[in-house]
Design a protein. Structure first.
Length: 176
């Protein structure tokens, strides 16, 4: 049973990456695209419309309201920063044009209903993105995995508490 779950997660990682590469920004995104981009950038749904990717890093965090918006290092499932920026703005433009509802708006349940048949909630997408991003960027050991996952989650390195301790649980054993 455990090996089946591990192989399913590997298939999910590969299929998310394949879908991200295949998205055409000329068409309108759907709920699956929103879920994939949420995984790719480890987004909180409240950050979907405010997050920005620049050369200096990533800014626009939902949890930093009223605090200075310090750019954090860009780490994501998508290593190409330009492609990640293109997909994020594609989604943001669709939301701002009204073609898709804002999933970060309190009280909106349509995205949760979309995820329910898969046994997921938006928080799970963010956690999967942190693990996938750390794996894609080549974490060699569990300490490096936690560092990379913290960067994917855009965790402030000056903060004492780390969200990676409760978000990233992985059995990191070498093959063979």
């Amino acid at each position: 049973m455990k090996s089946k779950m591990i192989s399913e997660k590997k298939v999910i990682l590969e299929s998310v990456k394949e879908r991200l590469d295949a998205y055409d920004v000329e068409t309108s995104p759907d709920c699956l695209a929103l879920a994939d981009i949420t995984i790719m950038l480890c987004l909180r749904l409240a950050e979907v419309t405010t997050l920005h990717i620049t050369d200096a890093g990533v800014t626009g965090y939902a949890k930093n309201r009223g605090q200075p918006d310090i750019p954090r290092k860009f780490r994501s499932l998508e290593k190409n920063q330009e492609r990640a920026k293109e997909l994020l703005t594609w989604l943001q433009n669709t939301i701002s044009s009204g073609k898709m509802g804002n999933p970060g708006k309190p009280g909106v349940k349509w995205f949760n209903r979309y995820l329910k048949p898969y046994g997921l909630i938006p928080q799970h997408l963010r956690k999967m993105g942190a693990v996938y991003g750390a794996v894609v960027h080549g974490a060699g050991n569990s300490g490096r995995l936690m560092t990379l996952a913290g960067q994917c989650l855009r965790h402030n390195p000056d903060s004492i508490t780390s969200p990676t301790q409760r978000c990233v649980v992985i059995n990191y054993r070498r093959k063979n």
